[in-house]
Ligand binder design. Structure first.
Ligand code: MN
Ligand code: MN
Length: 479
């Protein structure tokens, strides 16, 4: 049966899926809010380069808004705000809902570790009058990207007297920085002929930390350059070479988050993956007063190496936090019921808030354009991650995706979708798979990133802003 031409035209537009650039279509108010939110993010990011720093700052932000350590409460009621740290490297916080935890949780989960160079346990050596740190890279990096850039040293050293000594050098304008050399092009013929994965071996990622010897003629030290650095570290931080065994020192780029472009559309920074999701996930939770369902934000460590260890998403410590919420909301820890908790997990809805790659026209061959995220086109929903035939993937159910897209559409929050890249080009995973094992509905949602896992990555400010609104809409509207 023939329809009127006019009706057909209107309907045709509605039939197509479109994911427009938001800088083109967003309201002026949204653009202004985008720029303001980006300033707050950059400030938090600059102060939170490591998982320990992020967790510490998350606690401070939560306490400022009335959150208390969950261990200080015996029972919990609607509107109560609690948090817990996970070994100082992860963070969990919740606002108790009117319905109570047995109705299921609304969870935002991000990771706060980022690719970097860790120190080896016995890291200091001297070679040709120069002193170095030996490093072991953490997460998936292109090793050559870490040479010839200014680096900072962040971390903590634990000494046998029970004290901890924090170190952060390379961030202040008058701080020294640290550096990994590369070969001059004049002599680089053989090096340049090698594969990019091979021309900077991992064992060559040695960081320069000093070059002035002990200038006392009576010294009997053989390694006078190393001795001078050890003396300096002892005076400044009260540590000896042995203490590096119990240290957690991370080498990260010595750079602040900066706007990119004359129009300041983007942000270049270290560690967007995954702090660009962790920050809005934290903010969305902190904005809750008395939500319908209990809202939770989990910020995990060790995602970049597989979510292992007691601070990674696989750790029972995150599950313990949810158990404690439930037990205390039911009247105390002796009131805990395992089946009731498992059923609450089955009724739980979670966003695994992690980044994805943005389409980059320079590298078009690894993308399938119809199924990839584009910069500034809004947050990205990724139904599944994994690699090659969905191997190792966590796939969300279609009905859960529909529930989310309905919430986003009814709150006018722009979203896009797709996969990480072409099917056999590679792949990756997130904490979604770990959380899905507990029985909850979980799907990945984050922003597209250019140069993911590089020392400095790039995101779009407008994607970040809508991501925040998306996370907020999710925890407030899953009823
Ligand atoms: Mn990530
Ligand atoms: Mn990553």
């Amino acid at each position: 049966m023939a329809k009127k031409k006019e009706t057909k035209k209107t309907k045709s537009k509605e039939l197509f899926a479109e994911f427009p650039n938001q800088y083109k279509v967003a309201s002026n108010d949204d653009i202004a809010a985008t720029m303001a939110f980006a300033e707050e993010y950059k400030a938090f990011l600059d102060a939170s380069k490591t998982e320990r720093e992020f967790a510490k700052n998350a606690v401070a932000s939560a306490e400022e808004l009335g959150f208390v350590d969950i261990s200080t409460k015996d029972t919990l009621n609607a509107g109560d705000k609690v948090y817990s740290t996970i070994k100082g490297k992860g963070f969990a916080a919740a606002v108790i809902g009117k319905k109570g935890p047995d109705a299921g949780f609304n969870i935002l989960g991000a990771h706060i570790d980022s690719p970097r160079l860790d120190l080896k346990p016995n890291p200091i050596f001297e070679d040709n009058d120069t002193v170095y740190f030996k490093t072991h890279y953490y997460g998936g990096i292109k090793k050559y990207q870490w040479t010839t850039i200014p680096l900072a040293v962040h971390g903590v050293v634990f000494t046998n007297d029970g004290k901890s000594h924090e170190i952060c050098v390379g961030e202040k304008d008058d701080d020294p920085v640290f550096y990994i050399t590369d070969l001059l092009p004049h002599l680089g013929n053989a090096q340049m002929a090698k594969k990019a994965s091979e021309f900077i071996p991992a064992e060559d990622l040695n960081v320069i930390i000093g070059g002035i010897p002990v200038r006392d003629e009576k010294t009997k030290d053989k390694e006078i350059y190393k001795a001078a650095i050890l003396k300096l570290l002892s005076e400044e931080y009260g540590i000896t070479e042995k203490d590096f065994v119990s240290a957690e020192i991370e080498i990260v780029p010595a750079a602040k988050a900066r706007d990119v472009g004359f129009d300041r559309a983007y942000i270049a920074a270290y560690g967007h993956d995954d702090k660009v999701c962790a920050y809005p996930a934290l903010r969305a939770l902190l904005a809750q007063e008395k939500p319908a369902r209990t809202c939770v934000t989990l910020l995990t460590d060790k995602e970049e190496i597989g979510s292992y260890a007691n601070s990674g998403a696989s750790s029972y410590l995150y599950e313990n936090f949810l158990m404690e919420l439930m037990a205390k909301a039911d009247g105390g820890i002796d009131k805990f019921n395992t089946l009731k908790f498992r059923k609450a997990l089955a009724a739980t809805k979670m966003l695994s808030t992690d980044v994805t790659t943005a389409y980059d026209p320079k590298y078009a061959s690894v993308f399938e354009k119809r199924n990839t995220a584009f910069m500034s086109c809004g947050l990205k929903i990724e139904k599944y991650t994994g690699a090659r035939g969905k191997s190792g993937c966590s796939e969300a159910t279609g009905d859960f995706i529909a529930e989310i897209t309905d919430i986003l559409d009814s709150n006018s929050i722009p979203w896009q979708t797709g996969e990480l890249g072409k099917i056999d080009a590679g792949g990756g995973g997130t904490i979604a798979a770990v959380m899905a094992e507990l029985g909850m509905d979980v799907v990945d949602m984050g922003v597209p990133v250019w140069s993911m896992h590089a020392p400095i990555e790039v995101i779009s400010k407008i994607d970040l802003y809508f991501l925040y609104l998306g996370y907020k809409a999710f925890i407030e509207n899953i009823k």
